[in-house]
Design a protein around this ligand. Sequence first.
Ligand code: IFM
Length: 444
Amino acid sequence: MKKFSQDFIFGTATSSYQIEGAVTQDGRTPSIWDTFSKTPGKVWGGDTGDIACDHYNRVEEDIQILKELGVDSYRFSIAWPRVFPAKGQYNAKGMEFYKNLARRLVEENIQPFVTIYHWDLPQWAHELGGWVNRESVEWFEEFSLKCFEELDEYVAKWITHNEPWCAAMLGYHQGEHAPGHTNLDEAIRAAHHILLSHGRVVQMYKESYKGTKEIGITLNLSPVYAASTSANDQLAANNFDGYLNRWFLEPIFKGSYPVDMMNLYSKYIYSYDFIQEGDLETISCPSDFFGINFYNRALIEFSSAADFMFKPAYSDYPKSGMGWDISPNEFKELIHRLREEYTTLPIYITENGAAFDDRLEENGSVHDEGRVDYVEKHITAVAELNEEGMNVAGYYLWSLLDNFEWAFGYEKRFGIIFVDFNTQTRYWKDSAKRYAEIVRNRSI
Ligand code: IFM
């Protein structure tokens, strides 16, 4: 049996657009995800976040679930277009929802862990150029300051951005996420402005706002392996590691972009002059922790047909419902690498979990043994990492509820609580019961 210390944080995580619904309530205006999901062909089955888990109207019921789970902390995000429905226009009514949520969590002894940006950029901001426009950094600062002013008294920890890679590369390069563009030049500018806004907000929080809570950023990282020892596959794996991991890790922890990737990208990016003097210093300013969302490893091989010479290779690993390799050992290797090459900051696993093809039985049970096994393996890995002194300070299971899984709509269920989207009834899956037990015993 492996024990967790009393100060280790067990939590669950969600994000605003994926669960809230209520997209026109209390003055909220559309985000890029409202627009994208309503564009035919972009989201599986034409699903949208219009209703989602109706969490906005069922928040008390969901807090009760968190209480029964016994978690120490709950990670949620703020919908920017609720708080700033138009440029420069603050909506106190929209903020009230988060104030109430944060206050209620504190009353229940659950620490609020707040993500400021989890992809629901206001449509108004998109129409002004979105993250490609450097002014987005100022809009984000204004939004963040309001969050600090209204919520900081309740919040335990702040995350500036969730997974900048997804926001920038899936949104502006691969076109699979909102706003659905396929332009590398835009994506790299967007990534830069997102990272810059992170640095600016961390500095503002510490220096002028004089905040005392912990603040950091969350990246989605996958350890990358080459399918063979051939020079081609090794090169492909290095390029994919640069595309997914190093492009974000290096500016944050080393204050520079990886030069091999700058060279590779330069056939699409005619000038890097959007990187202004002082930007990289700001991006690499000290924060208090490092958040990692981990789901799977990546196995990569060479492809002469691909722009950057990489493509996914065949892998015989067991898979989650997303087709992602279940790879708890590689998760440990990732943390080892981060410790060796990048950071000594406390690490929070701000997301980990899996989609599976869950079936609700007539008696209300959901026997999601695949997820139970996945969660047990990864929590065991965290315990082992801590035995080696890797300083993983917390683990947040993704996700509390089945929810709107972006381009996959409601087709993929990541929750430990099953949501019947017709009735909005919540059912405890076996994984929720098992997680409650792990949290209660603080051991696995
Ligand atoms: O649902 C997402 C979440 O919004 C960000 N990280 C990955 C999850 C599963 O795909």
